[in-house]
Design a protein around this ligand. Sequence first.
Ligand SMILES: [Zn+2]
Length: 289
Amino acid sequence: MLKREVKFNREKLLEKINKEGKKGSNYIWKPIATTTGKHHLIRIFPYQYYTNLQKESEEYQYLPFIYFHYGIGKEPSIICLEKNFGEPCPICEFVEQLREPNMEKEAWKAMMNISAKPNTFAPVYIRGILNSDGTIDETVVGAKTAKYWRLTDKTYNTICQIVLDTEVNDVTDPEEGYDLKIKYILGNTPGNDTQYPLIEVKEMKRPSKLAKTEKEVEEIASSLPSLFEIYQKKTYQEITLILKKWKSSDSGEIETEEIEDDYTKTDDKNDSNDKLTEDIDNDLNKLLS
Ligand SMILES: [Zn+2]
């Protein structure tokens, strides 16, 4: 019989997963389908690190959002310097160069593909898995830690809808907010007859505190670094170089968006993207010649 040479140790494994390094991915949470069909129990709390630009922005940020550029070569995403920091951004400048009046649809799509896009993040405290008797299973991975939950537009809208419910008010309030029950339902399963996974968000019946004491609240909030510590910005020069490399590469490959949880998107990686690549290449050649 095949045996483990190193004994399986659940506690040690949990410890490793929960504490390992300061790598960005360790600060990102996403709901998974629980085998028992139970809900994740989380609490969104106020973001501590709004930049002046974010605070002064005319776009209201109930939850913080940051702008990324996607589709530039092998880089999964690049922090936009202009939209996030009000600094010159080589990619935004390039997008402006591409912009023309009465653009062809494909060229416009190619331009939009690399223009900066906002992504919303919710700072969340993961309580655990909600048992049917109301107790919380805190032995699951990530329980009792603070993370960022990167929201799809659909999930963000659902949360906003809960917030707009007058009885609920601001769910993020550390004193009088609400825990949220999250359920990830796989496609083509009971409760979800679409082929895409579905994220169900519901507020708990009663308001509650984020934590028992002020000190605990502070500990939770301060255990989460700012979004820009996790998604670090590159310098103007670095981005220029990446852009230049991408422009000059033969493939000029467009990476599909790295928004992991964007279920609403259909899988259109094939033909349309090849066309998109071609169009961008043509635009680039024009610009570079
Ligand atoms: Zn930009």
